[in-house]
Ligand binder design. Structure first.
Ligand code: SAM
Length: 285
């Protein structure tokens, strides 16, 4: 893995960093829409986001998409170490300046999707990132494949995506991603971030979603569980029984629903995460 070697000055000067942020905003950064470059320069907002993350001075933080390093700087002033990925090498001069002010930051100028998380220099970390929205789902699934490495994952994503992550059964946003994420994490939206807070301004608002791993369920084969959830939601307008009957015995599905006190005409979006886990256990045996 290639890592940018940058000389370091061991000094953290917050006043200076705020001045630099002001200058940065005036600077004509060539924002690349194709890389999801919508940056945040508002120090108060960034501080509030990092407070939601509850970062301690012994935490290692993984950031995906450093941008101009505004969030990185604040993370670095609270964490023991920040490992930050940025695919756009044209930002390296700005980020070198961040590195000069914060010796505990390491930038990896490469595609996060190509890194091997097991090779990163930490045993466990917290993820805090304003991620590029065009690869939200791949990033989330890459992280959850290594869930044992993360104490917490906090991402700034499009508001409607955050709502899908956090919604409960019965709501129209509830679906495959809600069940899969909530079977592993307590998922909570900590704040909405208006589109005006970004430079350049995107079309829609965003939200910060905080995911803390829980051990509520013992799902023995997670890949099979994921496939089961995809099958359950294959046709949203159909009943669960109709969606599952090509893969499982209809009688067994009906008996399992009955033992969970669920109606045989129940639709996929009406079933809770816990009920899905129980149903999966019954059907796979
Ligand atoms: N953290 C900064 C902030 O809050 O202002 C920037 C956030 S911006 C939404 C996302 C950043 O991710 C961009 O700087 C973009 O260049 C970078 N990026 C896009 N695709 C990436 C990838 N595959 N790996 C690493 N960084 C990526």
């Amino acid at each position: 893995m290639k890592k940018q070697e940058i000389t370091t000055k061991n000094s953290i000067n917050h006043t200076k960093s705020i001045k630099n942020l002001d200058n940065l905003k005036k600077n004509d950064i060539n924002y690349k829409k194709s890389l999801g470059q919508n940056f945040i320069y508002d120090t108060n907002l960034l501080n509030a986001i990092v407070s939601d993350a509850d970062i301690h001075d012994d935490d290692v933080v993984l950031e995906i998409g450093a941008g101009a390093g505004t969030l990185t700087s604040i993370l670095a002033s609270r964490a023991s170490r920040v490992i930050s990925f940025e695919i756009d090498r044209s930002l390296s001069e700005i980020l070198n300046d961040v590195k000069n002010r914060h010796a505990n930051v390491e930038f990896y100028f490469q595609d996060f999707m190509e890194c091997d998380i097991d090779e990163l220099p930490f045993e466990r970390a917290k993820v805090v990132a304003n991620i590029p929205y065009y690869i939200t789902t791949p990033i989330v699934f890459k992280l959850i494949d290594k869930i044992e490495k993360f104490d917490m994952i906090m991402l700034l994503v499009q508001k409607e995506v955050a709502e899908r992550f956090a919604s409960s059964n019965g709501s129209k946003e509830y679906g495959i991603t809600s069940v899969i994420l909530q079977s592993l994490f307590d998922v909570k939206i900590t704040r909405v971030v208006r589109k005006e807070a970004f430079t350049p301004m995107p079309k829609i608002d965003s939200a910060v979603v905080k995911m803390v791993p829980h051990k509520k369920y013992n799902i023995t084969n997670f890949d099979e569980f994921r496939a089961f959830i995809h099958q359950s939601f294959s046709m949203r307008r159909k009943t669960l029984v109709n969606n599952l009957k090509s893969k499982y015995d209809k009688e067994i599905i009906l008996n399992s629903l009955k033992s969970l006190n669920l109606n045989e005409n129940i639709r996929p979006e009406q079933i809770s995460v816990k009920e899905y886990v129980l149903l999966f256990d019954m059907l796979k045996n």
